[in-house]
Structure formats: structure tokens, C-alpha cells
Design a protein around this ligand. Sequence first.
Ligand code: FAD
Ligand code: SF4
Length: 329
Amino acid sequence: MRAFDYVRATDTREAVRLLAEDPAASCLAGGTTQLDLMKDGVLEPPRLIDITRLPLHGIERRGAALHVGALATMEELAADATVAARLPMVRESLLRGASVQLRNMATIGGNLLQRTRCRYFRDPTVPECNKRTPGSGCAAAQGAARMHAVLGASERCIALHASDLAVALVALDAVVHIQGPAEARTVPLTEFYLTADESPQRENVLEHAELITAVEIPLPSAAARSGYLKVRDRASYEFALASAAVLLVLEDGMIRQARVGLGGVGTKPWRAYESEHVLTGASATTATFREAADAALRDAWTVPGTAFKVPLARRTLVRELQTVSEVTA
Ligand code: FAD
Ligand code: SF4
């Protein structure tokens, strides 16, 4: 690992100021992504600003939303009473991610900003990677692409966004609170991420020296049912091949409200608006669920290594729609 300066910030404005002083500086939260990439020589920030002592750890109910400090850990959020009672989709997405040791270190802000697991991105000896070196090409498109994306993908980049939590949060219309050097702003999570097709090297709208300070999760109505299904190569400690976050409000066999997020398939956490359009107002049947799943994957862009993900993601979504609705016919 290349030597770097380490500075511990004690309040949010100081952290932002320290970051703004150096255009190459990075911040350090739980370190479970940042330090790996530094050890591998993928990232070489000359200065690391430790933000773990900032007062951004709280999780509290604020009216009809849950306000989650960016430094709350994945385990803390999974254990929160409101999450257990009202946000099962969030709890399941957290508990199916990483391992308990990692979840005790990993923060919510860091989870949303984790970098792709693309093995070519993480290996600086591979020259072709548009994400690391814009214009150099994409080694994965011709290589081992089993863990890559089919939505928001193109020959420029097929890197998967691997966060499980973000899939649940885009389905729930969560909002990100951001503090920058000049001002604070809020961005809906559905508008926070960019697809790899749009910009391989830039994954979200965060500017340098901006910090995520919190995430606000609107609480669904009491009538809503929801869940998160993650399909992966092994039962734990593995990233998703496909996942589905589903929220439904049913009335007399009809779907009054539908929210769908897809994971394991998108270059960003994927909100499947096309599926929601098919589901809303339709009767809750397996035929409707299949039509909704077809709609979600209609624009998939595949390479030989990722083609299997299209039917897998369709089946994953149909299964979770059946589970949440308790309709199998
Ligand atoms: P860090 O590593 O400290 O930071 C990550 C990035 O975010 C850095 O660029 C950092 O500068 C930036 N950053 C952090 N906080 C902020 C902030 N508040 N504002 C602005 N920038 C910030 N995730 C899943 O969802 N599902 C899985 O199944 C899963 N499995 C994993 C398995 C392994 C072996 C590992 C190592 C990770 C896995 N992860 C998984 C990813 C894990 O959840 C992330 O590494 C973790 O959430 C990152 O959080 P952190 O606090 O450690 O972030
Ligand atoms: Fe790089 Fe994206 Fe291609 Fe991976 S998929 S090698 S991150 S350009």
C-alpha cells in the first residue's frame, strides 16, 4: 500500500473542509471497501480523512420516516426496532449481506458507496478498464462476467453495483442527505446513481468533498407487505446473482400499489418502474407477475457470461412477488 496522511475529523464541517483542501483525498468510514482497494493499489489517495468520530451514528423515527445517520453500521440498522416492525425488506437486505463481522464495521453511507466487485477493476495490472482508466476498454465484456450486470450495461462497462441495501432503499424511495463545502442538499436515491453506460468512471452524483450525512427512509403504509429475495452461489457471505425487493399493497386480490427493486443485475441499484406499471391495478396472479418480470428485463444487454442472468432475474422477481402476495396460482 502506498503511504498516505491520516487525519481524524471531529465534526462534519471540518471533514468537508479537509476533503475540499485536497482534490485527491478520500474519506474513511468502516474501511471494508476503501482499505481493500488501497491495499490492491486500485486507489492511492495521498490523504485519508477518518470520519468515524463524526456525530452521524443515530437512527431515529422522525414522523413518517426513519432517519439513519450515515455512520450507523449495517448491524445496528438491522437490529433497529422500527426496521424490524415496518421495514422487513431493509432488514432482510442487510442480514443477507457480507458477514456479521463485516456488518459490525460497515456503515450505511459506505454501503451505498461501495465500489464494484469487478475483478478487472480490482486488478491494476489489467490495462483495459474504462472505470479505472477512461477510454481503455472493458476487459470484463470479453472475460469472466458471471458477477456482472445486464441492466444499464453496454460494451463500455458492465460492472455490477453490489449493494443489497441500496436495492431495498431505491424501492422505498429513500432520500440521501448530503453535506458539501458550500451547502447541504438532498437527493432521492433513485436519482443518486448513474449507470455504467452513462459514465463508467462516475457512479453517482456526489461531488468531491461532499459527505453523505444520513439516509431517510419513508415508512410504508401499515397495509403494505414487503420482502427481499437474494439468489447467490452459496447460502451466506456471497454477493447476489439476482435479487428482488418487493413491496405490495393488495385489496380484494387486486394490486393497489407496487414497488420493485432489482439487484445482482444492474450497474446501479435498479428500480423496475416497468414492472410496477404492469402490476399496479392488475389482479395478483402468477400470470401478472410473469408479465411484470418480462417488462423489467426487456432492455437487458448481455454478453455470453451474463446471459443466464436474464431468466434468473425474471424467476427471482416472480418468486418474490408470489411470496409477498401469498399468491402462487
Ligand atoms: P468504506 O470502505 O470506509 O468506504 C467505502 C467508500 O465510501 C469509500 O470510497 C469512502 O470514501 C466512501 N464513504 C464512506 N462513507 C462515506 C460518507 N458518509 N460520505 C461520503 N463518502 C463516504 N455488501 C452488500 O451489500 N452485500 C454483500 O453481500 C456484501 N458482501 C461483502 C463481502 C465482503 C468480503 C466484503 C469485503 C464486502 C461485502 N459487502 C457487501 C460490501 C460492504 O457492505 C461494504 O464494503 C461496506 O458496506 C462499506 O462500508 P464501509 O463503512 O466499510 O465503507
Ligand atoms: Fe472496468 Fe467496468 Fe469493464 Fe469491469 S466492467 S473491466 S469495471 S469497464
